[in-house]
Design a protein around this ligand. Structure first.
Ligand SMILES: [Zn+2]
Length: 288
């Protein structure tokens, strides 16, 4: 008989302690509720070694509150920054062994986005990261990829409080309840990675779930349209989360690398994260 699952909380994110020989990485993209300002991201890693030792990573607040719109706004970013900022995201020493197969719960999406364009945006997000989509003319030297398997009726094992549950080995993407604007902040999306410890020389990513906030955030697939109004771009957010699915952490914990997709700050009405920057692709190339 299994013992009761132990839940660990760390600010805006939580996760259940995995089985021995496994670890879990959990990330929440958190934003403030006004003017598209961003709070940053909160991370937690739990490693359950064979023999029982449990280790924690990224404990404590991982963000610093940012106010104001930053030096870039409304969807564009300087290509020179994307092409020149070679700061690498934090390397979590983990990778996928073969293309990550994933399923999508399309019926869970919010009313403001259509089915086909949202699926396209989610697929494109994975492609942007794995295929090194960039504006710098840099080639794709990354062997990792994603393989879309179709729709599913099941939901991710991420609850309404942004807690990552135990892995079921099926990587899923769905929409649903996540923490809202109480206290002036809300969780845009949560990514949970389940890993096997050191099976093949590095920790093997076995599952990556992504859950989007259906009710407390407003989404769009056309953020550069005439008026965006505090909507978040599905493809940009998915591109960032797919960086985590491939085992990358964040670049920095402040607002100084906004041209890189793995920066922890996402702003409304902004598409810059759709294309990855030099630090992002260098991080991928070191892994794959
Ligand atoms: Zn992140």
């Amino acid at each position: 008989m299994r013992s009761r699952n132990r839940l660990v909380r760390d600010h805006e994110i939580g996760a259940v302690v995995p089985e021995e020989g496994h670890s879990i990485y959990a990330e929440a993209l958190v934003v403030t509720d006004a003017l598209g300002d961003t709070l940053g991201a909160e991370e937690l890693m739990i490693t359950h070694h064979v023999g029982g030792l449990v280790e924690f990573g990224y404990v404590g607040p991982d963000y610093s509150l940012e106010t104001g719109g930053g030096e870039e706004d409304q969807g564009t970013t300087s290509s020179s920054n994307q092409c020149n900022d070679g700061t690498n995201p934090h390397d979590k020493d983990e990778k996928i062994d073969e293309d990550l197969r994933w399923w999508y719960n399309s019926d869970s999406r919010p009313f403001e986005v259509g089915a086909s364009e949202t699926l396209s945006a989610l697929r494109q997000g994975g492609s942007n990261m794995a295929n090194v989509t960039n504006v710098c003319g840099h080639g794709d030297n990354v062997s990792a990829g994603f393989s879309y398997q179709g729709t599913t009726d099941s939901l991710t094992e991420i609850d309404e409080n942004a807690n990552c549950g135990g892995g079921d080995t099926a990587s899923e993407v769905s929409w649903g309840n996540l923490p809202g604007a109480l206290s002036g902040r809300k969780t845009l999306a949560v990514e949970c990675t389940n890993l096997g410890i050191e099976r093949i020389g590095y920790d093997e990513i076995q599952e990556s779930d992504v859950k989007f906030n259906k009710y407390e955030a407003v989404w769009t697939n056309n953020p550069t349209g005439s008026r965006c109004d505090d909507k978040y771009d599905v493809e940009a957010v998915m591109t960032h989360e797919r960086g985590h699915s491939l085992g990358m952490g964040h670049v920095g914990d402040d607002d100084s690398h906004t041209s890189l997709t793995m920066n922890p700050f996402i702003r409304a009405c902004k598409t810059a994260e759709r294309t990855i920057g030099k630090g992002d692709w260098e991080g991928l190339e070191r892994k794959y």
